[in-house]
Ligand binder design. Structure first.
Ligand code: ZN
Ligand code: ZN
Length: 341
């Protein structure tokens, strides 16, 4: 079979199409023919060698959708022909975290494309519980985004921030892969969103993507605008998709508000005022990929038409270097999908 291998860390051209052995499903595994794979900023960081612990010589990709084409021994949960989204990392299923339904916190396992299988490939073989069913009404491109950008947002907004209808939600880095889906989610669940962007040219796009209000950052500041838009009350929830904007984001929260930190662009420390946290009784919580149950919820929201995956380009798998360049140059809104050999 063919796969796109990251031969060494460096520019996009280090991604090469190679013939490799097709995996055989072992006991308890399903062989999935990959039909669509999302290209994520995480992949771009991995390729560039900026991801601690990541290896070269592997297949990238953790946003994978496809069709089950073969079953290993003792698989009773899936059938050949099933359409699935592949959960984005292996989990053991028996540790304390897994038994609590927090497969995202399983410590027994590895990330696809870090030490197991990635989606930039014709086939992947994974443990059957990683194959999450996708209804026939959903195309593979849309399904590929369920796990990473959309389920991550479902988790941050509903499970972590405990969103209620009527809440006002601040979304930083709003035109990115997480932000554009969070705006839709807030609207679908009965909230009001305030999108923050650093690019004045993205205002119309963000309004069309579902933002109720858009604030353009000036010299890194947006708190004053948000304060005005909320009649000096502040927002109930802030989804911090960027990282360096966290101090300004905290200033936008109302008393008792919650900030969920999802972004870490640049990776630098930021100053946080303890007095602000105390005085306003703020909650700041980090969040990341969703457990399996929330991936199911994301698939249901997409299938119901409440969240529409924002896909700006679809290119063939051999054009993975081009897809990486597009993301790196930030010339796209939403996701780039790989489809077809
Ligand atoms: Zn991703
Ligand atoms: Zn586990």
């Amino acid at each position: 079979m063919q796969a796109v291998i990251l031969e060494s860390f460096g520019p996009p051209e280090r991604l090469k199409v190679r013939d490799v052995a097709q995996p055989e499903p072992r006991e308890g595994e399903i062989l999935v023919q990959v039909r669509a794979a999302g290209v994520c900023h995480h992949d771009v960081l991995h390729r560039a060698g900026k991801l601690p612990g990541a290896k070269a010589g592997v297949v990238l990709g953790h946003e994978t959708a496809g069709e089950v084409v073969k079953l290993g021994a003792n698989v009773h949960t899936h059938r050949v022909g099933d359409r699935v989204v592949v959960y984005q990392r292996r989990f053991c299923g028996v540790c304390r975290s897994c038994l609590r339904g927090r497969q995202d916190m399983c410590r027994a396992v590895g990330l696809p494309a870090v030490d197991t299988e990635g989606g930039y490939s014709q086939f992947v073989s994974v443990p059957a519980p990683m194959g999450i069913p996708v209804p026939a009404s959903l195309d593979f491109r849309a399904a590929a985004l369920a796990c990473c950008p959309i389920a991550t947002s479902v988790r941050a907004l509903r499970s972590v921030a405990e969103f209620q209808p009527g809440d006002t939600v601040l979304v930083t880095g709003a035109s990115g892969g997480l932000g554009v889906h969070q705006l839709q989610l807030v609207r679908a669940l009965g909230g009001r969103s305030i999108a923050v962007t650093s690019d004045a040219k993205k205002v119309d796009f963000l309004k069309s993507a579902g933002a109720d209000e858009v604030v353009v950052m000036k010299d890194g500041a947006f708190g004053g605008e948000v304060w005005k838009l909320t009649e000096k009350r502040g927002v109930d929830i802030a989804l911090e998709n960027v990282g360096p904007t966290l101090p300004e984001t905290l200033r936008c929260l109302t008393t008792g508000g919650t900030a969920v930190v999802l972004g870490n662009i640049g990776g630098d420390a930021v100053p946080v005022l303890p007095g602000l946290l105390i005085g306003r009784r703020l909650r700041v919580q980090g969040s990341g990929m969703a457990p399996v149950e929330e991936v199911r919820q994301a698939i249901a929201l997409i299938a119901a038409g409440l969240v529409k995956p924002v896909i700006s380009a679809v290119v063939g798998f051999p054009e993975a270097p081009k897809a990486h360049r597009m993301l790196e140059e930030r010339s796209v809104e939403g996701r780039v999908i790989l489809e077809g050999w």
